[in-house]
Design a binder for this molecule. Structure first.
Ligand SMILES: *Cc1c(COP(=O)(O)O)cnc(C)c1O
Length: 368
């Protein structure tokens, strides 16, 4: 920066008033080094496994043509997804991560002042994309056991509601909604209100009662299923997610997409990942086994941990959330605190999980 451009000069441009209501996303911080310890980041629900060689190869090959724009229609990936899911290609819309597809969903449904109903605490991107659009968030508190209160959510729907978001399993608390709960809920929501079922962690679910939301999309034209390659498929850094919706909604979503948003590297990586699905799902099984181990150990230590159906566990620490995260940071372990509420810890490398269990155990002892 030169001396003629002071950083604090007032800017005489008009920005939207809605920005004042947009909360800042708190990104998972990079792990802080501690002398003599391997640092681990278990704060962003990332997949700890490095990409498969076949996926790295696909990306390296795609890199050779990065002077070109990607296929704007995302044709090959859409076709592969359509076959994998058993849905028409016209029912798919891709985006730069499912967060971007969610922003498109708000854009295609909400005028300023319209309402979006979702549970809270839930995914922190929800209030951001809603506020940015000028729509109004209607946050319905979770139940005491950190689950969606779908009855209360159905009651919160008004004639201003355009969108309802169901996050299952819920980030950051962990429980998933059951098929019965979802069936009763969808039956109560007016047919002209879009119900988004955000299944970012579907592949990690193990409870029998957890439905595959595609069954709901098939039965109810207002249901949209949101999925991502960021978590189970391990492509968080490449940004690719998608929605499955009826043709009219999917077409609107494609209109609202950033042109050429999903890069060729991301498209090729996603195609290669679908082809390597079996190999990737073995890793998911290992992460699920680790999650079960960590969850059981925490319960054994005396923690009141909610059901964990994603690749993370929730410690309801309340006012101790930030101090606990600091204690983890001092041991080169980055977790994600939600001040005054709790701490979300992703299932990471075995050593990271063991370190978390060590800190969690000591924490309870020090308070006895
Ligand atoms: C991680 C996550 C996503 C996926 O985000 P991407 O933009 O696809 O990386 C979506 N929804 C929830 C609830 C998540 O936790």
């Amino acid at each position: 920066m030169t001396s003629e451009q002071p950083a604090d000069r007032p800017v005489p441009v008009r920005l939207r008033e809605a920005l004042a209501k947009v909360p800042a996303y708190s990104p998972g911080r990079p792990p802080a080094p501690v002398e003599g310890m391997t640092a681990y980041k278990i704060s962003s629900n990332e997949n700890p496994f490095p990409p498969l060689p076949s996926v790295v190869r696909a990306v390296a090959d795609a890199a050779a043509t990065m002077n070109r724009y990607p296929d704007m229609g995302v044709v090959a990936l859409t076709q592969a997804l359509a076959e994998h899911l058993g849905v028409p290609a016209g029912h798919l819309a891709t985006g730069t991560g499912s967060v971007a597809v969610l922003a498109q969903l708000v854009q295609i449904t909400c005028e300023p002042g319209d309402e979006v109903v979702y549970a809270w605490r839930s995914f922190e991107a929800y209030p951001i994309v809603v506020a940015l659009s000028g729509a109004t968030s209607v946050q319905v508190p979770l139940t005491a056991d950190a689950r969606h209160d779908l009855d209360a959510m159905a009651e919160a729907v008004t004639d201003r509601t355009r969108l309802v978001l169901v996050c299952t399993p819920n980030n950051p608390t962990g429980p998933a909604v059951t098929g019965d709960e979802l069936r009763a809920f969808v039956a109560k929501v007016p047919r002209d209100v879009v119900v988004v079922i955000d299944e970012a962690y579907l592949e990690f679910t193990t409870e029998e009662s957890v439905p595959d939301a595609l069954a709901f999309y098939r039965e109810h034209p207002n249901v949209v299923v949101l999925r991502t390659f960021s978590k189970a498929y391990g492509l968080a850094g490449l940004r690719v997610g998608y929605a499955v919706a009826q043709e009219e909604v999917a077409t609107a979503l494609r209109k609202a997409a950033t042109p050429f948003g999903v890069t060729d590297l991301a498209q090729q990586a996603a195609i290669a990942s679908l082809a390597a699905r079996d190999e990737l799902m073995v890793r998911v099984e290992q992460l699920v086994a680790e999650r079960e181990r960590v969850h059981a150990a925490l319960v054994e230590q005396g923690w009141d941990v909610p059901a964990a159906q994603g690749n993370f566990v929730w410690l309801p620490l309340g006012e101790d959330a930030v101090p606990f995260a600091q204690a983890c940071q001092a041991r080169a372990l980055t977790v994600r605190p939600f001040a005054g509420e709790g701490v979300r810890c992703s299932i990471g490398e075995t050593e990271a999980n063991d370190r978390l269990l060590g800190i969690a155990g000591e924490w309870l002892h020090s308070r006895e």
